[in-house]
Design a protein around this ligand. Structure first.
Ligand code: GMT
Length: 381
């Protein structure tokens, strides 16, 4: 067993759950003494904390007039070979099947020609399987990348099952859920912040996402309109993306634009979650729903759909309520029911916090370390 591993982590640097998980995993591993090399086309958005064990390698994609489409995957593959060789990595952990796992598999085969054998861990996050995976043109690459990885993890039992159902997988898939660093979350409401957004008698609903279609942000607005007609309330919309404008237009059309604040992309969402009563996540699908877990860690009850891995996070009638995708009446009525019954709301908030604690970093990190150690032992033999 190697006490302190050299681990390469490949992830998307953008505002999204997979980047958050990869970055926070890397930071936690570095804090435990492992040497972590992040490899991505930009600095991951939550990587603002440097330690002596953390390095960042940027993948540059030169603009050649010859190529109509820049071959990012090849630039990434070359970078992986270079970093693995010169930093003497023990493990490459890639988040997302394509293009990260497929580039890593390629890099692994190239490294083998130098006599270097480096195991690849692939973590599946969801849209690589649930959305891209449904596009048949990607199927052979996704299948190959998963089957050629040395270990594969999925962020929920549901995603594991979906992957096994939709692909011809020969590898074992281990479900390791998303995690949360509970020490970063504050369960005390920041009253002065709250007063900036709502009056004393108003409840606060929050939605956070990258405003992709899969998040169904217009449903958030429609649910809020129904809630607001019965309970004095405000809605805070945090994040940005392709569906934001439509959601803003809908608020104006419904005449609730003064009750809804679009705050854009924010760092430090913990502060905003501390002032929320209800978190609304009406997604078409979520392999896990990390943001719901973040809300629960802030002692917020969750109204969500029952799609994908959400039932593993939001426990129906306990930490919040689950509904079928698009069942806006139920989601609105469940919210109204909770907001009108303070005891029930407090009970749900406490349950949410208790359930979130089961996903605390110290419970999940050893599961990844066990995967790495298992592989590094096998490679040494
Ligand atoms: O949800 C997004 O749009 C971002 C996406 C990503 O690829 O970063 O999140 C996925 O991975 C997260 C971390 O594992 C999960 O918590 C999200 O549920 C998952 N999103 C979807 O499945 C839609």
């Amino acid at each position: 067993m190697i006490k302190h591993l050299k681990i390469g982590i490949v992830c998307y640097p953008t505002y999204g759950g997979s980047g958050v998980v990869a970055t926070e995993l890397g930071i936690a591993l570095a804090n435990k003494g492992h040497e972590v090399h992040f490899i991505s086309y930009d600095q991951p958005f939550r990587l603002d904390l440097y330690s002596e064990n953390i390095y960042f390698h940027q993948v540059n994609v030169p603009d050649y007039p010859l190529f109509e489409y820049a071959p990012y995957e090849l630039n990434l593959t070359s970078k992986l070979v270079d970093v693995a060789l010169h930093e003497k990595l023990n493990i490459l952990h890639v988040h997302y099947a394509i293009p990260h796992a497929s580039a890593a598999v390629n890099a692994k085969h190239i490294l083998a020609t130098y006599g270097i054998h480096i195991p690849i861990v692939t973590t599946l996050h969801g849209t690589d399987i649930t959305l891209l995976g449904k596009d048949k043109s990607f199927k052979p690459v996704i299948e190959y990348a998963i089957n050629q990885s040395d270990a594969v993890t999925a962020v929920s039992e549901n995603l594991k099952a979906e992957t096994l159902d939709n692909f011809n997988i020969k590898n074992e898939i281990k479900a390791i859920p998303n995690f949360i660093d509970m020490s970063l979350y504050n369960q005390e409401c920041n009253k002065s912040l709250r007063n900036k957004f709502a009056k004393k008698d108003e409840s606060i609903l929050v939605h956070i996402s990258n405003f992709r279609r899969v998040k169904r942000v217009q449903d958030v607005v429609k649910i809020f309109e129904k809630v607001n007609s019965q309970v004095p309330s405000k809605l805070l919309m945090i994040g940005d993306g392709p569906e934001r404008l439509k959601a803003e237009q809908l608020c104006r059309k419904l005449g609730i634009d003064r009750q809804v604040k679009f705050l854009g992309k924010l760092k430090g969402i913990e502060k905003m979650l501390s002032i929320a009563d209800i978190f609304v996540l009406p997604s078409e699908t979520e392999s896990f729903g990390l943001v719901a877990l973040e809300a629960m860690a802030s002692k917020v009850a969750v109204i969500s759909t029952n799609s994908g891995g959400l039932p593993e996070v939001n426990i129906d009638c306990k930490t919040g309520f689950l509904s079928d995708v698009g069942d806006l009446n139920k989601m609105a009525n469940d919210t109204i029911h909770l907001l009108k019954d303070t005891d029930k709301l407090n009970e749900f908030k406490n349950n949410a916090l208790a359930h979130a604690k089961t996903f605390d970093l110290p419970n999940i990190l050893p599961q990844y370390e066990a995967v790495y150690q298992d592989l590094s032992c096998k490679i040494k033999k």
